[in-house]
Design a protein around this ligand. Structure first.
Ligand code: KG4
Ligand code: ZN
Length: 344
């Protein structure tokens, strides 16, 4: 089975063709970084407009690379959570294709896409995917949470951020330091040459009694530091100190979840999983504690449509279908109730 996946929940317009085994046949992503960079964050209306411009060429490219629309068996599309105007663009395209070609259609929760992205197989990759169940740390610009993943329809949220997502904190700190957008990769690069002990910052909600996170206090501490001392000429030390606090708490709580649940498998996902400090720390601590660590390739960590196609294939394989009345939602309802809802 070959599934066309479409993703437009935030600032990436993406389309991909993937098999039910996770083989990535094509994977096209049109980034809107240049559109939003002058504003230091995603502007929803501009995102919707850019999706409208990009969605058809991106889908055409993904289909052309995969051998045309005739080779497609089904369509999967992100229908939430995300920016509502942005979601509607991908959703309209997906519904039109499914209706016009009489193909099965499934809506995909973007977060479930991230949680199963570790099974994607791109050409030249030979990594072994994890067995189920596993613990997953999902860290992106919009989400930061730890999940227990038992099966595609059996996902339990163990803890999540009570305020900013980790990526959002990276982006806001970069903005405070005048470093540009998106800030995560820039802070990551600067942190590599900084001394994390040179600046004293608080550890954000580090107690293992809760698997929830909070990053707004740390961000405020950086803001206060800048207010008192000014923006440093070389921000490397401040970046290193900030990154270390974030990375340590993320790894500590994820590993704690693995140990508490006696699940010796940790999967990373989301854009912040590209962070070199996070990858290195997770590797170090997992090796020490006998936990197998699985980190998807960079292209599978950041927003992409291959993960949506694959999560869609899982639903299709379970016999699930949606009809062309499929709607979009901006927020996942009842995340706090311990389970990702099966929203379509
Ligand atoms: O998963 P993603 O592409 O989009 C969302 O679903 O949010 O994640 C984007 C986020 C941004 O906040 C970006 O700054 C952050 O991931 N990010 C990083 C790195 N690369 C991307 N954060 C820290 N270090 C990185 N190397
Ligand atoms: Zn995402």
């Amino acid at each position: 089975m070959r599934v066309l996946g479409i993703e437009s929940s935030c600032d990436e317009t993406a389309a991909a063709v993937v098999t039910e085994r996770g083989e990535v046949i094509s994977d096209v992503v049109a980034s809107q970084i240049a559109v939003h960079a002058p504003y230091g964050g995603v502007v929803p209306e501009l995102a919707s407009r850019a999706h409208v411009q990009n969605v058809v060429p991106v889908i055409e490219q993904a289909l052309a690379q995969a051998g045309g629309i005739e080779s497609i068996d089904a369509v999967a599309v992100t229908n939430g959570p995300g920016l509502i105007g942005a979601l509607l663009v991908g959703l309209s395209a997906a519904k039109s294709i499914a209706w016009a070609r009489d193909l099965p259609l499934v809506g995909v929760n973007h977060l479930i896409g991230h949680l199963f992205a570790v099974y994607l197989r791109r050409e030249g990759e030979s990594t072994t995917p994890p067995e189920l169940p596993y613990v997953a740390l999902l860290v992106s610009g919009g989400h930061t949470a730890i999940y227990e993943v038992t099966a595609p329809g059996q996902i339990r949220i163990l803890g999540q951020t009570r305020d900013d997502a980790a990526g959002e904190a990276f982006d806001k700190v970069a903005k405070l330091l005048g470093l540009g957008y998106p800030g995560g990769p820039i802070v990551d690069r600067l942190a590599a040459s900084g001394d994390p002990n040179a600046v004293d910052l608080p550890s954000p909600m580090a107690s293992k009694r809760t698997l929830d996170f909070s990053f707004s206090g740390l961000k405020t501490a950086v803001a206060r530091h800048v207010k008192v001392n000014g923006v440093p000429e070389d921000p490397s030390d401040l970046c290193a100190a900030f990154q270390r606090r974030v990375v340590r708490v993320l790894v500590k709580k994820s590993v704690h979840a693995c140990e508490e649940l006696k699940i010796p498998r940790l999967v990373l996902g989301g854009g912040v999983a590209a962070n070199r400090g996070l990858r290195a720390r997770a590797k170090l601590i997992c090796e020490k504690r006998g936990i197998d660590l699985f980190v998807p390739s960079l292209a599978s960590c950041t927003d992409n449509a291959a993960m949506i196609a694959y999560a869609g294939a899982l639903r299709l394989s379970a016999g699930e279908r949606d009809d062309v009345a499929l709607g979009a939602y901006s927020r996942s309802p009842d995340l706090r109730r311990g389970k990702l809802p099966k929203v379509r």
